[in-house]
Design a protein around this ligand. Structure first.
Ligand SMILES: *Cc1c(COP(=O)(O)O)cnc(C)c1O
Length: 498
């Protein structure tokens, strides 16, 4: 690697060496090593044990304790985390998870509970969860809440099942179509399909928002719901939201809100007030919790009066001073999770909300939106902005200007790794060619955002000067460089052949 490349990395984030190549345990094992000492076998092996003697070695890697520990710690260091550095993944809302959250969930009275404990012995935990339910109801403007779904996508499935049940109860059983904008997260159409619905894609308007004429043309007596994200995945607020909800309701449908972007609204505006009937909340995004790679998470769903009767079971109900776990309800869609919900994730969310309190919750959204717009302002002359104007909590750029020099979004993302930054979300939303979706969240300082912007500007400058070799070779610093990600996803090698 060139001295110049090493210098660049150090100047942006202080990245340096000491990352270790790490073979598989089996590859660096040696037969004689072990981390325990057993006494040798003395004398003859008793005859009754001989049928149980191994014919060949167990195939367990021989390692000392030190070697085994280093193996796993080194692998852990290959993982990026929000506690290692800036993590600007758009749509994923990777925010700092305060240590006090971890202290709260590790309190013995919460950490050592069993999901099947009698409710009288877990009143404190139930009280907290019930309170969280109330808070989420108030934050969303949709007062009835289930904490059960284990992720945002699971919440989508639960929400669409409730919407389907609502139409069915009214005898409106031909409503099996769910309209999904082409900017939606892939889980939206997948969840609708899993709930037995047909999905129809709505083409976004030139401004990246829902085109009212396109919406009107698709509304008919088979439409069960519109699924929409607001702000949408381009980081823009659907400013026609009230009209959109009115049109869908007039046509007999309901509006499902994907609440993954609640970070832009929390404490400032409420989806329920906009006309949305049902919303999942990715508490692991909006209300902290380290997440990624598919977990851990929770996707509580909040609904208005229309859908309250269909909420899954068991649910929590207040009975005087106690909280009761309710297992029966005539219209419920049933059980969608093993217990009340992902308690650890839910309690972290409760701790995050409580830390801000009713008075200051709005600062989450305000700081998140301010940070994203600051970033947009710094980068908009260096990168093409597909939808001009203020953004909400994340900003969207493209590689249009860099592509002229043969540099693509992927090259920019890979170069960021050398400069010590986890790349932004790339190639999503799908409706924007060469998309780069960047979300700083409220928890990053101006200094961090500036360092990231400086790195982005440096990349754009190198590109404009035709100095693109490093960009094509990047990343130079990591142990693994450009992987064949398609092959890895399609043909993962998960078993050691030895
Ligand atoms: C993250 C996300 C989802 C899915 O949420 P999970 O909790 O990952 O299942 C859905 N929609 C949008 C817009 C998202 O960003």
């Amino acid at each position: 690697m060139s001295a110049e490349a090493i210098h660049d990395a150090k100047s942006y984030s202080g990245v340096s060496g000491m990352q270790h190549e790490e073979p598989l345990l089996f590859e660096h094992a040696h037969e004689q090593a072990t981390s325990i000492n057993l006494p040798g076998v003395h004398g003859e092996i008793p005859a009754e044990l001989s049928p149980f003697m191994r014919a060949s070695a167990a195939g367990i890697p021989g390692l000392s304790e030190g070697e085994a520990v280093r193996h796993f710690v080194r692998l852990s260091q290959w993982n990026h985390s929000i506690e290692t550095g800036f993590y600007p993944l758009g749509s994923c809302t990777m925010k700092y998870n305060p240590r006090v959250n971890e202290q709260a969930v590790r309190l013995p009275g919460l950490a050592h509970l069993h999901p099947d404990q009698p409710e009288d012995t877990v009143q404190g935990a139930l009280q907290l969860l019930y309170e969280l339910q109330e808070w989420l109801g108030e934050i969303s403007g949709l007062p009835h809440v289930t904490l059960q779904p284990a992720a945002g996508a699971h919440g989508e499935l639960v929400g669409i099942m409730m919407i389907r049940a609502w139409h069915d109860m009214r005898g409106d059983i031909k409503r099996r179509t769910v309209l999904v904008p082409d900017s939606a997260h892939g889980t939206n159409p997948a969840s609708a399909a899993l709930a037995g619905m047909n999905t129809v894609e709505l083409k976004s308007g030139d401004n990246g928002r829902i085109d009212l004429d396109v919406l009107k043309a698709h509304l008919n007596d088979e439409v069960a719901a519109l699924m929409l994200t607001n702000p949408n995945t381009t980081g823009m607020f659907e400013s026609d939201i009230a009209e959109i909800c009115r049109l869908v309701h007039d046509a007999g449908g309901l509006v499902y809100g994907d609440g993954a972007n609640l970070n832009a609204l929390v404490g400032v505006a409420r989806p329920g007030d906009m006309g949305i009937d049902c919303l999942h909340i990715n508490v692991h995004k909006t209300f902290s919790t380290p997440h990624g790679g598919g977990g851990p998470g929770a996707g509580p769903v909040a609904v208005n009066d229309k859908l309250a009767a269909f909420l899954p079971l068991p649910c929590l109900e207040k009975d005087g001073d106690s909280i009761r776990i309710i297992h029966h309800n005539d219209h419920s869609i049933g059980n969608v999770f093993g217990s009340i919900g992902q308690t650890g994730v839910l309690l972290r969310a409760a701790a995050y909300i409580a830390a801000f309190g009713r008075q200051h919750l709005h600062r989450i959204a305000e700081d998140a939106v301010l940070n994203a717009n600051y970033m947009l302002a710094r980068l908009k002359d260096a990168y093409h902005v597909p939808f001009p104007g203020l953004c909400k909590h994340e900003c969207l750029l493209t590689d249009e200007w860099q592509e002229r020099h043969g540099v693509k979004t992927l090259d920019i993302a890979k170069r960021l790794i050398d400069l010590g930054f986890h790349p932004m979300t790339v190639y999503f939303p799908l409706i924007v060619h060469g998309a780069m979706l960047i979300e700083p969240t409220e928890s990053e300082s101006r200094a961090t955002i500036d360092r990231f912007c400086n790195a982005m500007l440096e990349i754009a400058k190198a590109c404009a000067a035709g100095d693109t070799e490093l960009l094509h070779q990047a990343p130079l610093m990591p142990i693994r460089r450009r992987l064949d990600e398609t092959l890895a996803a399609r043909k993962p090698v998960l078993v050691w052949p030895g």
